[in-house]
Design a protein around this ligand. Structure first.
Ligand code: SF4
Length: 490
């Protein structure tokens, strides 16, 4: 799968997403539920804005001193007896993991949820390895694996697009499950499958929420306990992390854990907050062979640029949960494993404008994402910055936005032309009036609605009401003119 999840053109993905009413309802419900939980959990902390400032400061400080903290972390891992590998690309990360598995003669690999492993397309590589079996152990990821490695649609709730009956059908077909669609029974079925596998596993692969520079440990925030089993049962652990996911000490991790759990799932803390590293001789558990793969894969493109702040992201998913565009098109519409406002900014940074140039336009620029981001990333400004780079520097064309907006821009910048257009808007748009007005009251008030506008107006009328503008003699400009003339006479 990798960073790019679909080769379909963006317009086609959008058209498919628009038809998926189940997905839209599921996303809307999740967004609404999360809103209540998230706001409650944030209020508990006291001055949320102060916490955001501290979170922003920590992330900015780390990015300003990234080489220093990466080196310190790497030294500390080595001091405990572990290994750090810096991977420039997804292929380098894959190769390293493969080398470790071959060296260990691994047969069974357990994975706990990690966006970075999806970004580097690890699963297909593992599946191609002869004699190696792999199992995703996060429940949502397990469901996707059972459904022939279906694509995740949210960074925190990857199978948000499936309902319990769909999951029951998948389990019945792939696991021989005969029970009902009660989530408790479905979870029990998944757990039984996983437990058998866990006990045999020789290598565990996890992501990492934060890597702690001064101890060489990693911090994982999870709710299901599968990450803890992934770390503690297999003798070998491989961690894959983006190079920006580092904090100076456990104190900063504590602040970010607070921000993350509240923003991601509306909890004070996740059920399991785990710190792990290479097992020392005096310790009773933990991996005996500990490897950390630190991935660049395009992240350094953002360092020192106006896009650096996107690397502050702690992957809470809160920006997805407030985004009106994500609400309508869901995760798959973006065609990137990082959807929503985060993905619309990050994907072009990692994969370039050629692959992801449409995404910065998949936004209403309402700035709800910026408002909710716990580490104060100015997401809507970064979306505008991407558009600016594409139009001003790269001169890239993006259909509607470039051509039609230029025509609109030129028309509205010539006062006489604009005034003339306003004289005829009522007449012109009346021709497209809806045959069955939505209500009598609206009919009188606005003169009816337009059913399906032409060209770029269609994008609006497909999903919103567009009233026919009032006659020229009744519109605001005309009223204002008369009003002003009256005042001057007094
Ligand atoms: S950009 Fe901000 S709100 Fe969005 S996932 Fe990252 S940290 Fe969370």
């Amino acid at each position: 799968m990798g960073l790019k999840t679909s080769n379909q053109p963006f317009a086609q993905r959008l058209a498919e997403s628009k038809q998926d009413i189940f997905m839209q309802k599921a996303v809307a419900k999740a967004q609404d539920d999360q809103w209540v939980k998230r706001e409650g959990a944030r209020a508990e902390l006291g001055d949320w804005q102060e916490w955001r400032k501290i979170g922003e400061h920590i992330r900015q400080h780390v990015l300003e001193h990234l080489p220093h903290y990466l080196e310190e972390f790497s030294d500390q891992v080595a001091k405990r007896g572990g290994h750090v590998y810096f991977a420039q690309t997804a292929e380098e990360a894959q190769d390293y993991v493969k080398r470790v598995l071959v060296e260990k003669n691994a047969k069974q690999v357990v994975k706990s949820k990690s966006m970075v492993t999806t970004e580097v397309d690890l699963d297909p590589m593992l599946l191609k390895m002869k004699d190696v079996q792999v199992m995703e152990t996060d429940l949502a990821e397990f469901i996707l694996q059972m459904d022939d490695w279906d694509e995740p649609s949210h960074i925190v709730f990857p199978s948000i697009h499936k309902n319990r009956e769909q999951i029951r059908q998948v389990f019945a077909e792939k696991l021989g499950y005969t029970g009902n669609n009660d989530p408790v029974n479905l979870a029990r079925c998944a757990r039984e499958e996983m437990r058998k596998f866990f006990l045999q596993a020789d290598v565990g692969i996890t992501g990492c929420n934060f890597a702690i520079a001064d101890t060489g440990m990693i911090n994982l925030d999870t709710n299901e306990g599968n990450a803890d089993l992934t770390i503690s049962i297999p003798k070998t652990q491989i961690v894959l992390m983006g190079m920006e996911r580092i904090v100076p000490t456990i104190k900063e991790a504590e602040v970010l854990d607070n921000l993350l759990a509240r923003s991601a799932v509306g909890q004070s803390l996740t059920t399991y907050v785990t710190f792990a590293g290479q097992k020392k001789a005096v310790e009773s558990d933990g991996p005996e062979d500990f490897h950390v793969v630190i991935l660049d894969n395009g992240r350094s493109n953002a360092l020192g640029t106006e896009f650096q702040s996107i690397l502050q992201c702690i992957r809470c998913g809160s920006c997805l949960n407030v985004c009106p565009v994500y609400r309508h098109i869901g995760g798959h519409g973006y065609g990137s494993i990082y959807p929503g406002p985060l993905g619309a900014v990050l994907s072009p940074v990692l994969g370039g404008y050629k692959q992801f140039g449409e995404l910065p336009y998949a936004s209403s620029l309402c700035a709800a994402c910026t408002e909710t981001c716990p580490v104060k990333i100015p997401l809507h400004e970064l979306l505008i910055a991407h558009r600016k780079v594409m139009t001003d520097e790269l001169k890239l064309q993006h259909g509607f936005n470039d051509l039609q907006m230029r025509v609109v821009g030129q028309g509205t910048s010539i006062p006489a032309l604009f005034k003339t257009a306003l004289q005829f808007d009522h007449l012109g748009l009346s021709l497209l009036r809806h045959k069955h007005p939505i209500s009598v009251e609206n009919m009188f008030q606005y003169g009816g609605f337009i059913k399906a506008g032409p060209g770029m107006v269609k994008g609006w009328t497909d999903v919103r009401d567009l009233p026919v503008p009032p006659k020229h003699s009744e519109n605001f400009r005309s009223w204002y003119k008369k009003h002003q003339a009256g005042e001057e006479h007094e």
